[in-house]
Design a protein around this ligand. Structure first.
Ligand code: NGQ
Ligand code: ZN
Length: 453
């Protein structure tokens, strides 16, 4: 048994802000929280303590092209022309490059305050489309990046078999993604071996309704453990909605609800284009909506009706997806501002018991992220000990009451105040620095030069 004791003046626990808090961590999990204590015998946590954030949607390799697709090549540039550019990157990447890109990215995530990432991993095979000698080669490189950075990871190997609704043949540019169901189940089995179960787990993942058939979804769901999370991209672009209607007479979320069904295990990524009935179905199901505000803005997706979901007690979380932004505050700010811009009103995403927008979206996103990863990381007994401290040297933070801190961070300041970061009770960021950051930066520069020369 490994016991550690931490002390902080102010902690945002699962039941709210508390003062003079002693946190006991046993084997990486919070075993006791005592309020109104002294710091004797404890490691002092420097600054107010918040639970770590979950990044519930990542395609790590796409970090390599962040900011490079912002040049107009055609007046009709769209999500789909961006995807062609992204496929150009896909065609070149080696496992070693992917690992280096992901390691650097995961270090940036930790420094931003994310302590867990759900990696939606679909770049499986060699350039030719042949599996690697070890079919899990790429996935294991992505997991190794999480191990090296020290971030928690839910690895979501993606089932991807088709290019469009109704089982259309994949395009040559998708060759590196493609599995049949048997090969996919073997990959999942292999990835279950030798993992650190405190920080790593797995989930089931369908790329989109374009990429899998109904019978594949059904067989995968019955073949894999029933407590695994299930992720899918859905209804991100109007073309997908229109193609789905043309194929089935139903909209994507409607089709999934009627033909397969979804519940609290599911994480619907984007779900941008939903009607009132679909929002109601999602809220009732308690599936988590995986919002990726910076990527959805970057790709011109549209605006998901968060206000309607929250009014019906639906669940949400945030992801940085294509990683044009690796900032918890920016992601949450944009989440709220999208609703304000649409409604021409202020203070949109909150609840009657939590009217503070920042506090509501931070905590709702952390909780939804936990569900989407099938983990528990809030500051409560029984959770993995993931927490962050804020550097309050900025005057706006220094003068803030605890209940104003998150709003000050998200809406009021322009730098990242995340100071120390702990994952499973291990400190991985110290005063804003990660021990591997210099090495990881050098390795990333080298990989980017190889890829982009
Ligand atoms: C992806 N990304 O799989 O990386 C997708 C684009 C697609 C986002 N949707 C490709 N952000 O949906 O076919
Ligand atoms: Zn995605």
């Amino acid at each position: 048994m490994m016991n550690k004791f931490y002390f902080a003046d102010q902690v945002l626990t699962a039941s709210g802000w508390a003062n003079n808090v002693k946190i006991e961590v046993t084997n990486g999990v919070i075993s006791q929280i005592q309020v109104g204590k002294t710091s004797q015998g404890c490691q002092l946590l420097n600054g107010p303590v918040l639970p770590g954030m979950v990044n519930l949607h990542s395609h790590a390799f796409q970090r390599a092209m962040a900011g490079l697709a912002e040049v107009c090549l055609d007046p009709k540039d769209s999500f789909w022309s961006w995807r062609d550019l992204m496929y150009g990157l896909v065609a070149k990447l080696t496992p070693d490059q992917v690992r280096k890109i992901a390691t650097h990215l995961y270090i940036e995530m930790l420094k931003a305050g994310y302590t867990q990432v759900a990696e939606f991993h679909y770049l499986h095979h060699q350039q030719s489309g042949q599996a690697y000698d070890n079919p899990a080669e790429m996935a294991l490189h992505v997991r190794q990046a999480a191990v090296d950075a020290g971030i928690g990871q839910t690895l979501l190997p993606v089932l991807y078999s088709h290019s469009g609704f109704g089982g259309q043949a994949p395009s040559p540019t998708q060759a590196r993604f493609i599995h049949n169901l048997d090969a996919y189940l073997r990959l999942q089995e292999q990835l279950g071996k030798n993992m650190d179960v405190l920080r790593h787990n797995q989930g089931l993942c369908f790329h989109s309704l374009r990429a899998v058939t109904k019978s594949q979804i059904e067989t995968a769901l019955t073949s894999l453990p029933q407590d695994w999370p299930v992720h899918i991209h859905i209804a991100e672009q109007m073309k997908e909605v229109n193609d789905c209607v043309a194929w089935s007479g139903q909209r994507p979320v409607e089709w999934l609800a009627n033909q397969v069904g979804f519940d609290a295990r599911w994480c619907l990524i984007h779900a941008t284009h939903v009607n009132e009935q679909e929002v109601k179905t999602i809220a009732n199901s308690q599936a988590v909506v995986g919002l990726c505000p910076s990527t959805e803005a970057n790709l011109g997706d549209g605006i998901f009706p968060i206000t309607d979901l929250v009014a019906q007690s639906g669940r949400l979380g945030i992801g940085s997806d294509s990683h044009v932004c690796v900032s918890v505050a920016e992601e949450l700010r944009l989440l709220e501002y999208g609703q304000r811009l649409r409604d021409q009103q202020r203070n949109r995403v909150y609840s009657s018991d939590q009217p503070s927008v920042g506090d509501f979206i931070y905590q709702a996103s952390a909780l939804g992220g936990n569900a989407a990863c099938n983990i528990s990381t809030g500051i409560r007994v029984g959770s993995r000990a993931d927490f962050i401290t804020l550097d309050i040297s900025h005057p706006l933070l220094a003068a803030a009451k605890p209940e104003q801190l998150i709003n000050r961070w998200i809406f009021g300041i322009n730098h990242n105040p995340v100071n120390d970061v702990f994952v499973a009770g291990e400190q991985v960021v110290v005063s804003g620095k990660h021990k591997l950051e210099e090495n990881a930066s050098g390795a990333l520069v080298k990989s980017l030069k190889e890829l982009l020369s």
